[in-house]
Design a protein around this ligand. Structure first.
Ligand SMILES: Cc1ncc(COP(=O)(O)O)c(C=O)c1O
Length: 391
């Protein structure tokens, strides 16, 4: 699908016009059940856990946008990932990158472990290491690219070639780029998952998860899992995602543009030791990122140097909010070592490249000069604090 077709699908995709009223917006069918008109005659909808018309529009829309067979909407990103992991059972092994989202790691390590599903960490950016990691029990690679917070890039097509040779599935968590910038199914992945709480919703007002599968066989299995496990997304939240999706392209264009400017600016900043952003030509993942995605996203990380006080840096920001999330209209900053990755041991964080001085930024839609001024003010306060001139 071209960029132009994608942008038009965002506006006119799965829902055209409501046939009975002419409404341009998909109605919110706030109902748990449906009248059955005749005993024993199947209807499109009978109970909202199994299917709801508002949810159906959203599920069809995300399937169109990810170029998949069908989509499924869940009450959170974690509910979506849980549903996907229900495809596996005792004795199955899943390969994961070392900086997999902490919630996905916890799910595997504390819950799916009880069902006999095992996991193994592998450097998914390195095809040789990945190839060597497969065993007879490996049934899937759970991929994030780029990863968070160190923005490591894996070659989705290469990962899929290797996994498929071993008869394993590739599950791509596409939260950080959205289908506007990267479409993993077209690159060879089998399943896409999203924390739709982030760029898909885009306004920090809904918690949601989405799954898209590539084949009819996977579609049938996911549908049954969704109906059986029941963590579905409510109709109003489906509406919020449908509304958020309409502006996905323009939001992401702006966020990528601002993140690129800020990454270049930070790279030359005297108080920054290192910048992680795959949109920088100097970044290790730049070539693959540029080949497989149409932008590097709105997330970037950097290491503050020793001349700066970390607490003072975060306290001084007035426009950028200290918060855990990303992908919203508001820019947010977080300190992975004490926030998103606090549950990991210092050794594990070090292995992932997450230093105590790492700051992650999720760029939103504020004016670029306001963002730069805010960061410059934070750097100044952080330096003054160390120099003994701050509050
Ligand atoms: C990559 C990724 N996947 C999944 C999730 C979980 O999503 P949610 O918070 O919507 O349950 C998150 C949350 O931050 C995430 O960053």
């Amino acid at each position: 699908m071209t960029k132009d077709q994608f942008e038009t699908t965002l506006i006119h995709g799965a829902f055209g016009v409501d046939g009975s009223t002419g409404a341009l917006t998909a109605p919110i069918y706030q109902t748990a059940t449906y009248r059955q008109f005749e005993l024993g005659v199947e209807q499109p909808f009978d109970y909202s856990r199994a299917g709801n018309p508002t949810r159906r529009v959203l599920e069809q829309q995300i399937a169109l946008l990810e170029e998949g067979h069908s989509g499924y909407a869940f009450a959170s990103g974690m509910a979506a990932i849980t549903a996907v992991l229900f495809l596996f059972g005792g004795g199955d092994e899943i390969l994961i990158p070392c900086d997999l989202y902490g919630g996905s790691f916890r799910l595997l390590n504390t819950h799916f472990k009880n069902f006999g599903v095992t996991w193994r960490i592998v450097d998914t950016t390195d095809p040789v290491a990945l190839e060597a990691a497969f065993s007879a029990n490996t049934k899937a690679v759970l991929l994030e690219t780029p990863t968070n917070p160190t923005l490591q890039v894996s070659d989705i097509a290469e990962v899929a070639r290797i996994a498929h040779r071993h008869g394993a599935l590739v599950i791509a968590d596409n939260t950080f780029l959205s289908p506007y910038l990267q479409r993993p199914l077209a690159l060879g992945a089998d399943i896409v998952v999203h924390s739709a709480t982030k760029y898909i919703g885009g306004h920090n007002d809904v918690l949601a998860g989405l799954v898209v599968v590539k084949t009819p066989d996977l579609a049938e299995r996911l549908l049954l899992i969704q109906k059986s496990s029941g963590g579905v997304l409510g109709p109003f939240d489906c509406y919020l995602l449908l509304r958020g999706l309409k502006t996905l392209a323009i939001r992401m264009d702006r966020e990528v543009e601002s993140a690129t400017v800020i990454a270049h600016w930070l790279k030359d900043h005297s108080n920054v030791d290192r910048v992680f952003y795959p949109g920088l030509e100097s970044d290790r993942g730049y070539a693959v990122q540029t080949r497989q995605a149409s932008g590097a996203g709105g997330l970037l990380s950097f290491e503050l140097n020793e001349a700066c006080s970390l607490p003072a840096f975060f306290s001084a920001m007035r426009v950028i909010t200290l918060a855990e999330s990303l992908g919203s209209v508001e820019s947010m900053a977080c300190h992975p070592a004490t926030m998103s990755h606090a549950s990991l041991s210092p050794e594990m964080r070090a292995q992932m490249g997450i230093s105590d001085r790492l700051v992650r930024l999720a760029i939103g839609l504020e004016g670029i000069e306001s963002l730069k001024e805010d960061l410059e003010g934070a750097f100044a306060a952080a330096v003054a604090k160390i120099a003994g001139k701050g509050d």
